[in-house]
Design a protein around this ligand. Structure first.
Ligand code: MG
Length: 318
């Protein structure tokens, strides 16, 4: 970037002025020039210069008008404009600054002062560009972080935080649309025993396998499988036709059995099994997220109490 010469566009109806500017700046910067304001706007769009030196007094289209057009167009709006004028009237200077010019150079000018001022403005422009680039990169990184913050690192399912947000919003939406919302809570049977005997690495692998089972079972957009806690999983099923949640929970239960992950320390079976509690209801003000979780949790408790590897539905199902 240090090696790229910054571009300056000079717009002045007097060729002698252009020659002087070019003599002062040409060695350091890449210069473009035109004697017509209309043509200058066109060149600004094409070249996107880092700075425009703009004569105020020009026939047909004067500098103010050129500046107004440049500032009205998103593509050229942010290119710094310096007015060049013989007028030393304060009001004219004010007018230029109000139009968005960043500086004023009054003719006749001393080359060293012009050079110094232009260098200042171009340095500022370069820093602004760098800052903008850095800000854009930061935005992209933040978006990636946000995505990560919604995802459980081990299983790739939604994490608890994202689950809570979605449950709240789906319930609010369903109160208005009068659709059913189903919630499934799931617990791995005797998972503590599994971890204790096979170790945490094997335990993590087991949870990952369950994560894949969940993400493979819920492909409808809107359905949200999540890791709810250590060995607890949850699924939100919005707009679900009655009975869907029960069918899908049964599919999960059987899918887990089919995987036949050995679990010699389970009192239920020789393989890893899952217990489920579910609730399927039409949300209301009272049947809020907390209500859903309580009902599903109570059903899950009953499933565990009555022998595990089974599904219990809340008696509040509608
Ligand atoms: Mg002129």
């Amino acid at each position: 970037m240090e090696n790229t010469r910054q571009k300056i566009l000079i717009i002045d109806d007097t060729p002698a002025n252009i020659l002087i500017m070019h003599a002062v700046l040409g060695a350091t910067y890449q210069t473009f020039f035109t004697t017509s304001g209309r043509e200058g706007i066109k060149m600004a769009r094409q070249e996107l210069p880092d700075l425009i030196l703009l004569d105020v007094m020009m026939p047909e289209m004067d500098g103010y008008e050129v500046c107004r057009e440049l500032k009205a167009e998103p593509l050229t709006r942010r290119i710094p404009v310096i007015f060049i004028t013989t007028m030393s009237d304060v009001e004219d200077e004010m007018k230029g600054l109000e139009l968005g010019a960043i500086d004023y150079i009054i003719k006749p000018f001393s080359p060293s002062i012009v050079n110094a001022r232009i260098k200042n403005h171009l340095d500022l422009k370069r820093y602004r560009d760098l800052l903008e680039k850095a800000t854009n990169e930061l935005d992209e990184k933040n978006q990636a972080l946000n995505l990560l913050a919604r995802e459980d690192a081990l299983t790739g399912l939604a994490n608890r935080r994202h689950f809570n947000e979605v449950l709240e919003s789906e319930i609010k939406r369903a109160v208005r649309s009068r659709q059913l919302v189903a919630l499934i809570l799931c617990d791995v049977d005797f998972f503590k025993n599994y971890n204790d005997h096979y170790g945490h690495v094997a335990g993590d692998k087991c949870l990952q396998a369950i994560g894949q089972l969940f993400s493979g079972t819920f492909k409808r957009s809107g359905d949200l499988p999540a890791r709810y806690g250590g060995e607890e999983f949850a699924v939100i099923i919005p707009d679900s036709p009655p009975g869907t949640a029960l069918q899908l929970a049964e599919k999960l239960r059987q899918g887990m059995m089919t995987q036949a992950l050995p679990h010699a320390f389970s009192a239920v079976a020789g393989v890893v099994t899952l217990s489920f509690g579910l609730v399927e209801a039409q949300p209301t003000r009272e049947r809020n997220a907390e209500w859903y979780i309580n009902r599903a949790d109570q059903a899950l408790y009953r499933a565990k109490e009555s022998g595990r590897n089974r599904i219990e539905a809340s008696s509040d199902n509608f």
